[in-house]
Each structure stands twice: as structure tokens, then as C-alpha cells.
Design a protein around this ligand. Sequence first.
Ligand SMILES: *Cc1c(COP(=O)(O)O)cnc(C)c1O
Length: 362
Amino acid sequence: MSVRPVDLRSDTVTRPTAGMRAAMATAEVGDDVFGDDPTVHRLQDRLAEMLGKEAALFVPSGTMSNQIGLRLHCQRGDELICEAQCHIFNYEQGGAAQLSAVSTRAVEGRYGVLELSQVAGLVRADDPHCTPTRLLCLENTHNRGGGRVLPLANVAELCRWAHEQGLATHLDGARLFNAVVASGISAASWAEHFDTVSVCFSKGLGAPVGSALAGPRDLIARAVRHRKVLGGGMRQAGIIAAGALYALEHQVDRLAEDHAHAQLLGEAVREIPELELRPAEVDTNIVIFHIAPEWGTSAQLHDRLAENGVLTHPFGPQLLRAVTHLDVTRSEIERACEILAHVIRAGASSAGQGTKATTGYA
Ligand SMILES: *Cc1c(COP(=O)(O)O)cnc(C)c1O
């Protein structure tokens, strides 16, 4: 008997639901590079409305959306400020430098949260020696921060400071809807602090492809040019936009289930003395925990779990991440909790050295 593994590697592994596939199969399409795909327009308009922005642009990936965002705000030689564990700094190949000649000032936060005192004073002088500081980027929820929901007051304070300093603000909201569901604060209330907001449809929302960048109409009009040169002009994109639109309409509220499942995993981790939640609280659908070196490494635990049908993602030599999503049921989560306890009790000794590289990108 072979049981399907409980796949907690990422919320990107979800397959389109039957309703989503049906919506995609029957989507009305046009050529979006000519601007005449009606489904893409419906998605863009719907998202802009949800975020309280004038316009939005559908793009193939969250990386492209962020890279277009920073390019809208920064010229060659400018600088952006971000949190040191964020996606833009760690998992986009240094795209700010590589694609746009923008340098990055990364400041280490606490589980993704920056304090105003850490950034106040970082804006460089108007001086020929210095690179002009132009942009503040935040990430919410914060992936390496363990799915942390940034405190709204903190976001408001940082963005107010940035705007007072003449900086633009960009939100990497790959999992913004997880923050919305966990906090009960609307997407528009989060988004109002930012000039541009990127969201992903292909994470917990469960669409197969796509992200979008929202902001003022004039910036989004310029974003169309950047998307084209980055290779993101798509033709009958309505087929995938229909999946994203279906996700916005039917698969936002259910993120609460993923959060409840992550709480169960968190409780299981708390009961195991060799493991420690990092951070100590689980806010959304991401659970990151530290493994006592006396037990073994994250690579070893990853392999032992995989042999027992639970897939996870090493996040550092002693850190492992598990992510809940719409393709894991409550009973599968309960099984994963039992297997975790069992594998820890059995010890790392039979595990070899572990084979998985430590990354943590998605
Ligand atoms: C996944 C992710 C992205 C974008 O990823 P793509 O794989 O390029 O769609 C951006 N930011 C964060 C925080 C993410 O988790």
C-alpha cells in the first residue's frame, strides 16, 4: 500500500481545484500584449479594487512583480532599504543589482520585523559620494520570519517615515492574503501604506501560475514596459488569469484552515523537547523550527521525515520549514504530527548525513 506523501515543502505545490480548472477551461481570452484579454482585465480590476489601488498588472511570477516594482521606484545607481531575510534580497539572484543597477541596504530585523529606530538615519545625504536612497521594501507575511504577520502599527510607522523622507514604499505581499485572514485586517488597509503592492496567486491561494503588481495608474502603465523587457508579456493569458481570479473569489477565506493546520503542527513541535519553534508563535501557514544539534541536522530530519512520507524544506543547518496549504487535509496533518514525534524518538542515527541542500526560497 502506498500512501501519498504529506507535502509540506511549500504552499506552491498545490494543484488547481476542479472548480478552478473548470473556470480556466472556459475562460474568455484575447491577446494580452495587445491589451485585449478580457479575463486578464477582470483579474487586474478585481485585485486593484481589493487592494484599494487604481490599477494592477498580471505577471508570471512574484519575482518579476517585485523586480518591476523596484524598477518603477529606482533609477540606476539608486538604493533600496529592506529587511535582511526578505525574498527580494535573498531569493531573487540579486535582481535589483543584476537587472536594474540598484543597490540594496539590508537591515536584520526580528523574524522579519524592522523597527523604526533601525532605519531612521539610513537615508543617505544628497552628496555626490552617496547613492540616493529611494525605496523601502517590506514583506508580509514574512517567509523566513516563520509566516509572521507584521504588526500593522509597525508597517504604518515605517511607511510614514519613508514617505516623510521622500522614499517610495513597496510591499512584497506574496502571502498578503494570509495576513488578511489571520489578522482580520482588510487587504486595502494593509495596502494603503504602500505605493506598490505585489501579491502571488500561486502560493496559498492555489492558482497554478501568476502574481500581480498593484499601484497608481501612471506607475502601472510604466510597469507594462518593464514587464515586456523582462519577458513577461503573455498572449492568451486569460487561461491562467481565470485560475487566479477563481482563487480570489473562492480560496481566500479558506486560508483559515491552513492556519489552523499550522497551529496543530506548532503544538506538535512544542511537545518535542529536541525541537523549538522559531518564532515561538505560529501566525499563519508557515512553521519553522530549530533542531537541537544533539539530535542531528535539518538535512537528517528532512530525510527521515521524507522516508516516512512527510516532505519538508530545510531552512538552515538546524532549521526546518513546514508549510500548510489547500492540498493537505486535517488527517494528513495529524499523521505528519505523529510521524514527526516518531522520527525524533527513533533518533537521527539511521539517517546518514542528509542529502538536501539548505535553501528556503519559495
Ligand atoms: C514565493 C515568493 C515570492 C515570489 O516567488 P515566485 O516563485 O517568483 O513567484 C516573492 N516573495 C516571497 C516572500 C515569496 O514567498
